[in-house]
Design a protein around this ligand. Sequence first.
Ligand SMILES: [Zn+2]
Length: 336
Amino acid sequence: MIENKLQIILKLKQELADFPRNGKAYECLKIMCDDSIDTLESNNDAEVTFTRWKLKAKYCGIKVANETDPKELQKWIDDKKMNILLRRIIEAEHQPFHALGYIPIIKTNETKGGKGNEKLYWLDIKEQEIEHFDETAISEYDKSDALIKKQFVTYHRSAPSMIKISWLYQIFFKKGEMRNRSLSGIFLIFVIFLSLVFWLLYMIVIALILDPLGKNFTSFNLIILLLVIFSTWLLWKYRFIPIMNLPEHRVIKAPSNFLAFSELDAEIEMFRDNEKNQITRFTRFTATCPICTAGIVLRDGKPDQNAPLVGRCVESPFSHVYSFDRITMKGKYLGA
Ligand SMILES: [Zn+2]
């Protein structure tokens, strides 16, 4: 049993790492996972229980947990929120626990709480029920249910370390992540700014050499000048504008020079961590098209949609279109 439990919780830890999410339930599950694994690995089958205070202390620090009003603490997290997230993980398309036969579950002691009677939470496992369908019971209801399911998609976020970044940006993004206010964050902004200044100087030098107003200005010089103007426009539109949009849009398509040659598609996301630090990370948002089961990737919303980024089916990019919400990780059918 202990081996089984360890195996399931290790699998959960891996799922949490591979598909990062934002929010308390996600962070609390991670904390519970790590502590339970430590205990199980030392061959101890005892339940590793957590009070709300203990979870808050691990999440925000002991000082913050002590300062939190007990009533506030009760609202802060409960087993329901964590079990909802667990269910989403268990029901993910790749069915992570299917082969193992067991699924993780948050258990709690049935107490109403109060002094000396604190509610405890712990991670446990239970056998995965195999759902038996009664063929005759597939009714109109199920058909309409299938129709409703086509209206929504659930996105997955890839772990930042899975994205192959170009060697230059690997210096700034350790394991695909960077704190904006860190030394490397400030250095990166400096490098981007400097490259802009250099490009400007380069343009001025080219203009001076070619001397467009002088007598020796040939049509060959004109072609060079137009090429330089065209590449400046490309750089501006596809490199600088997206990066400048990042703080406001929170997710942008990663410009190709940020990625390794073998990496075709990725996003850059900016978010706040528990300590309110702004973090920039590489990731990839994907989903499965509920209409045709092909992959859904984030693409520009223009020209047919208003949002800057939408989920587009790779097989039918202009008909199977879904909205994208990085907080709920859900999308709604937008149609053609
Ligand atoms: Zn599709």
